[in-house]
Ligand binder design. Structure first.
Ligand code: FPP
Length: 220
């Protein structure tokens, strides 16, 4: 969800205002994704590297997530949306973790769109934690296979992403779903995240429909 800062800067507003508008955009896109019949949507809300920002900004984003989870439960219930988490819970502030765990358990049985909040998430960190779990499970690392490692990821039942959308014109992976994105299609849009809405999502989905996916094979 890139471009919140630039959106604010362009309007001579504090960066926090950009994140606030970014959250509104996230809600629009979640609603549109549910309407489009998408089953899983991962929102990259905070990376393991985002702690490099000022305490003021990281505190604001964390506060926004907490407030959102508390205030929007009715929205998730009405739309049958299940909240999940990807990332390292150990590095999250205790109050955010408690709010997140509440949302995870309260929405566990909802059957609609699954929204995976990537919070304190890093692709490399997830792979390291997956290997650690595998070692704990298997004792020695005897069975190292793609399947074995996949089964130890943060959300092993969630399928690999078909489409990864990057806003604000950045051509970078930024440590996002490194393992899971092996054959994902990328869609990069110049539109800053706070300006995202159903129309932008539909443009991304239309572009995806025109891709030819071969997964390393040949056409036909
Ligand atoms: C990247 O833009 C955005 C973030 C690091 C924070 C995004 C988080 C939210 C919008 C809150 C989402 C919360 C929920 C519950 C969905 P940037 O600050 O790097 O923008 P810039 O590159 O223009 O400076």
């Amino acid at each position: 969800m890139d471009g919140n800062g630039r959106w604010a800067l362009g309007r001579k507003l504090p960066r926090s205002q950009g994140h606030l508008e970014g959250l509104k955009a996230a809600k629009r896109v979640v609603k549109a994704a549910a309407g489009a019949g998408i089953r899983y949507l991962t929102l990259y809300a905070f990376s393991t590297e985002n702690w490099k920002r000022t305490a003021e900004e990281t505190g604001f984003i964390m506060g926004l997530v907490k407030q959102h989870l508390r205030a929007e439960f009715a929205f998730y219930r009405e739309n049958g949306i299940r909240i999940r988490h990807a990332g390292n819970p150990a590095g999250l502030p205790a109050d955010i973790l408690a709010e997140l765990e509440g949302a995870l358990s309260e929405t566990r049985d909802f059957k609609g769109l699954q929204v995976i909040l990537a919070l304190n998430y890093g692709g490399r960190d997830e792979i390291i934690r997956a290997f650690t779990r595998l070692a704990e499970k298997e004792g020695a690392l005897a069975d190292i296979s793609e399947e074995a490692l996949s089964s130890c990821l943060d959300n092993p039942d969630v399928p690999d992403p078909d489409l990864i959308i990057r806003s604000a014109g950045e051509f970078r992976i930024s440590n996002f779903l490194l393992w899971e994105s092996a054959y994902a299609e990328y869609y990069i849009s110049p539109v800053l995240w706070p300006d995202w809405d159903e129309g932008e999502l539909n443009r991304a989905l239309e572009a995806y429909r025109n891709r030819e996916r071969r997964f390393g094979g040949v056409k036909g």
